[in-house]
Design a protein around this ligand. Sequence first.
Ligand SMILES: Cc1cc2nc3c(=O)[nH]c(=O)nc-3n(C[C@H](O)[C@H](O)[C@H](O)COP(=O)(O)OP(=O)(O)OC[C@H]3O[C@@H](n4cnc5c(N)ncnc54)[C@H](O)[C@@H]3O)c2cc1C
Length: 448
Amino acid sequence: MENKFDLGIIGGGPAGYSAAIRACQKGLKTVLFEKDCIGGVCLNRGCIPTKTILHCTDFYKNLKKAEKFGITISDKAYDYDKIFNRKNDVVLKIQKSLTKLVQSYGVQIVTGEAKLCAADSIEAGGNIYQCNNIILATGSRPVQVKGMECDGEFILNSNQVLELSSLPDNILVVGSGAIGTEWARIFAALEKNATVIELAQNLLPLADIDVSKRLERLFKKDKIKFYTGTKIEKIENKTVTLSNGQVLNPDMILCAIGREPVLPDGIEFEKDDRFIKVDANFQTNYKNIFAVGDLNGKLQLAHSAVHQAIGVIDYIAEGKPVHFNPARVPSVIYGNPEIAWVGQTEEMLLGKDYNVSNFPVAALGKAMADDEIDGFVKVLSVDDKIVGAHAVSPEASSLIQQFVLMIDNELTTDVILKTFFAHPTYSEAVFESVLGLEGMSLSLPPDK
Ligand SMILES: Cc1cc2nc3c(=O)[nH]c(=O)nc-3n(C[C@H](O)[C@H](O)[C@H](O)COP(=O)(O)OP(=O)(O)OC[C@H]3O[C@@H](n4cnc5c(N)ncnc54)[C@H](O)[C@@H]3O)c2cc1C
C-alpha cells in the first residue's frame, strides 16, 4: 500500500473527523488515526451520552407533571439500568454510522495510537505514513486534582460516571460549569440528593450574572444544594470537609473541574500554558502541523472544534485565512430549562455605553401553554448592534443561534425587527427582547 498522503489527522473526535471529511471534499488524500472510538469525547464520553441521559431524566421529570396536563399515569418510575443501556445503544449507533460516513468520503481510517516521527511522518501499528500536512486533533482528558484523585469508586471524573449502571443516593458534585451543572440536574431529576460546590462566587462562573442567579433559583426548585465561594479542605474516610466548615458524607463525588490536553508522542511543540500554541490559522511552531479542537485550549466545545477544523482545511487546500472568533461561539447548558449564551455579559460592558433588555418567557403564550414559565431572554446592545445574549428558556439552544447570526453579521436592531417571528413560539422572546432595547416590548406593561 502506498503510504503517502496529502494530509494525516491524529484523533477522530469532532475536530478530526470533520477535518477528514472536509479534506476529502476538497480533494486531499487523507488518513485519519484513532486509537479508541471514532467520535472522540463528544460521542463516547461527552455531549451525546450526557444529553441522552438528560433526555431520559427530563422526560421522567415531565411525566411527574402529567396530571397537570390532564393525563393520568399511575405508575411513574425509572430504571437507571435501562437509561444506561439506552445511552450505550445511541452511542453505538452513531459510532457505526459516523464510521461509514467518514469512509464514504474515501478517508483511510487507521485504528491505533499514532506517534509523530518527524514533521511530515506518522507511525502507527508499525507502519510509517508520509503526510505533507498534519493536523493534531487529540483532544483533552479530565485533570487529576491533587487530594481529589479519581479512583472510579468514591471519586469519579466525567468519564467514570458514565460507566455506572446505577447511582448512589448522596452525590457531591465539585464544579458548577457545564458538566457539573448538567450532572447535578440529572441526579436531582432521579431523586438523588445532589450537592454542588463551586469555588467562584457564582454558579456557572462564565455566565452572565442574571443567568447564574436564575440557576441558583432553579437549583433550589430542584432541591439541589449548593455552596459557592467554597472549596474542599480535605477528604478523609469518605468524609468531606468544606472551606465553609460544612462536613459532608456523600456516597460519591463527581469531580467536574477542568480538562487538560492530550498530546501525541514524538515531537515537542511550543505551548501556551499546557496547551499547544497555535497562531490565527491554527498552525503550530511547525509550518505544516496544525492543532485544532480541545488540545489548543481555545474553547473546549465540539462546535468550536468543528469550526476550527473546517477553517484549517480551507487554509491548507485554498490558502484562505481561518475565520475564528471565540467571542462569537455559543455555549449551551442542557437540562430543563436550557441555558445558553453568546457574546458579552453585562459585567463585561460595565463602564461602557450599552443598552440592555430582559424579557421573561412567562409573558409568552407558548410558555403558558407548555407550563414552562421559568426563564428569560436577556439581550445587550452597543450602538444599536447586539453584542451579547443570554437565555434561560425552553429551546434556549436554538434561540441563541438566532443571536449568533445577528452578532456575526453585525445586524442593527432596525434590521432585526423587520424579521418575522412565528407565533406562538419561544422565538417570540427573541423578537420581544430586541423590541425591549427600544423600551417597547409588546407583551410587557410600560416601564414604571
Ligand atoms: C461530559 C462532557 C459533556 C460535554 N458536552 C458538550 C456539549 O454538550 N457541547 C459541546 O459542544 N461540547 C461538549 N463537551 C466538549 C466536547 O466533547 C469536546 O469539546 C470535543 O469532544 C472536542 O473535540 P476534539 O476533536 O478536539 O477532541 P476529542 O473529542 O477529545 O477527540 C480526540 C480523539 O483523539 C484520539 N487520540 C488522542 N491521541 C491519539 C493518538 N496519539 N493517536 C490516535 N488517536 C488519538 C482520542 O482517542 C479521541 O478519540 C463535553 C465534554 C464532556 C467531557
